[in-house]
Every structure is written in C-alpha cells, then in structure tokens.
Design a binder for this molecule. Sequence first.
Ligand code: ASP
Length: 305
Amino acid sequence: MRILESYADILIVRHPLEGSARVAADYCSVPVVNAGDGAHEHPTQTLLDLYTIRREKERIEGVNVALVGDLKHGRTAHSLAYGLARFGGKITCVAPKGLEMPPEMLERLERDFDVRSESYNSLADFVSEPDRLAAQVDEPVLSVEVLRFIDVIYVTRVQKERFNSQQEFEAAKGSYAITTVLLRHARPDTLVMHPLPRVDELAYEVDADPRAAYFRQAAYGLPVRMALLAAVLGKHRTKARSVEGLIKRPADVDLTSAGVRCQNSHCVTTAETYLRARFVPVADRPNRACCYYCGQEMTVHVPRD
Ligand code: ASP
C-alpha cells in the first residue's frame, strides 16, 4: 500500500481479510475506499443500494427492507443494515438457520440507532405452512401476511468462499430462493434488489417482472461511484465541506502489552502480525470491546477511566 500510494490519487481496496481497508487507510496518505473487506463491510455497495431505494421509493425513512440470505457472511447486508438504520429505514432479517445476522450487529443497530429488526429463518414460499408442519420445522417463517409489509426484498447469495468447510456450505446452499410464486404474494410496488452476482437464490424468470430492480441497481452504481470519487478527490462540491470532517475515528485502547489478540480468524491482524491489538470499548458493556480493524465484538477486559 505504501508503494501504491505514490502511484495513485486514490486507492480502492478489495481484500478477503476483514479490516484490511482500515489498515490501508491508516498507512496511506491518499484516500482509501473500502470496496469489500471479507465478510465485514462493503460501504460503496450500500451507497448505491440506498440511492436505488431513494430513487425508486422516493425516500429511505420508514421503508421496510427484508435482507434475505446469508446474513452471517454477507458484507453488503451488513453495511446496508447500518446505512438503513442511519437513515431511518426498517430492517427485516430472513436468513436460514446458522446464517443469521451476527447477534452483536443486531445489538449495535439497537444500541446506536434504536432500530429493532424482525428476524425470520425462512420465506413463505419454500416452506409453506403444511410443509413446515409435515417437516416439523419449528422456526420463524416470514409469512405471506408479513411479506405484504415489505417494501424491498434485498436478496443475497450464499457466500461460498467464506465458509469454514465444504460440508457447511453444502448444508446451506439452495436453502432459499426468490421466485415468481413468492412474488405473487408481494405487493405490486415491492422492489427486488440483489448486489449480484446471482447463483440460485433468484430465479431467472423474475428478471421479466418490473419489480426486479437489480439491473437498474447495478447501473446506478456507476454514477454513485463517480460521485464518490469526485467528492473524495475534491472535484465536486459537497454539502460537507471536507470529507475528512466526516470521518470519526473511534477512540481505541491498545492492548498489545496485555497479550490480547482479536479472536476473529478472518481479521487482518491474524496475517499482518505487526499490527497492534487495538480495541474500541462497547458503551455500557464493561467487558466487551470491538476490534478496531474488523469490528468484531468480543469479551475483552478493557481498562477504563
Ligand atoms: N458483489 C457483492 C460483494 O462483493 C455481493 C456478493 O459477492 O455476493 O460482496
């Protein structure tokens, strides 16, 4: 990164380790954009997702978005959840068992944004009530009644590359899909969004439905990212006078000398071992802190004033 910063005016980082973009930003003097760091976050996708919602629904506040799919590993779902919470959107999580949104993220949404999300384990269409009873599936199903309150279905693929074993992936794959049958129960103005690429969680036949917004969503990515580059490079006047002023670095505590390390095996600190063990204390939770890099919350004793 130190070499690249002298070659370019701005660096766009996409990397499999969580927290890698943060490290790059800390070491580089040119602006760094996080274009996806492992399962952690994907903020520019969120900009275009929020833009799509605002453009097509004319607002974000009060819009109920069902985040569907692999919410454990899906970085776009993580960033979008925070983005929606920041602008007053409503969040409904629909994830198969084992792939739910990390509980500490749901807690953070509640703590920092006062957003309480609804959670379900499956969609109405592939587990119909008789099937559910026959299979004795005892899990919360997003029913057809609830589906009517959903303004946006944001579906994501099972993130194959982020599973610890092939076996775990096999168990998860193909466990949900958005189909025309399901959409028959959705409102005529419900949007279907997807960050793409698609695997098998979104039927091809849905493409012909005017509610399918994912190709328009991808197209909006171009002007949104152009605007971001222009703003970051100071080529375009934004309401915020300085981008620098927007960046609030969390106050962290260096626990290197205490021998503490981040417990997330996908954290950038596991590979870049020269990094200090920096943790941001969680408000009102005495023994909880988040890794400064990957954001994972864990039990850590942080001395406080
Ligand atoms: N393209 C998105 C990402 O980079 C979504 C995906 O890969 O599933 O995270």
